[in-house]
Ligand binder design. Structure first.
Ligand code: SF4
Length: 89
């Protein structure tokens, strides 16, 4: 499935992306999108506890196959690592 994000906008000064893969015209920050992708990868083998958990797991499953989530997760990982220290400094 191709990338489904249509655009970026700002809500109360917070930049959000528009996700068309999730129902309801979801607007979500890049960080939250990345965390959903990572959570989906972590939980992919868990068995849902009840019908509510089943819906949550299905929603996360969409994120686990999402190229945008993967891209933002890589960006988040790079951000968390911080700048590299120079050996000769
Ligand atoms: S990872 Fe989830 S929230 Fe983020 S763009 Fe993909 S489907 Fe939407």
């Amino acid at each position: 499935m191709e990338a489904m994000i249509e655009s970026v906008s700002t809500i109360d000064g917070v930049e959000v992306i528009h996700c068309t893969r999730q129902p309801g015209s979801l607007k979500i920050t890049k960080r939250s999108c990345a965390l959903r992708y990572l959570q989906a990868k972590e939980e992919c083998l868990k068995v849902p506890k009840d019908e509510f958990d089943l819906i949550r797991a299905h929603s996360l499953q969409i994120c686990g196959n999402c190229p945008e989530g993967k891209r933002f997760a890589k960006e988040l990982s790079r951000t968390n690592r911080g700048p590299r220290k120079r050996k000769d400094a």
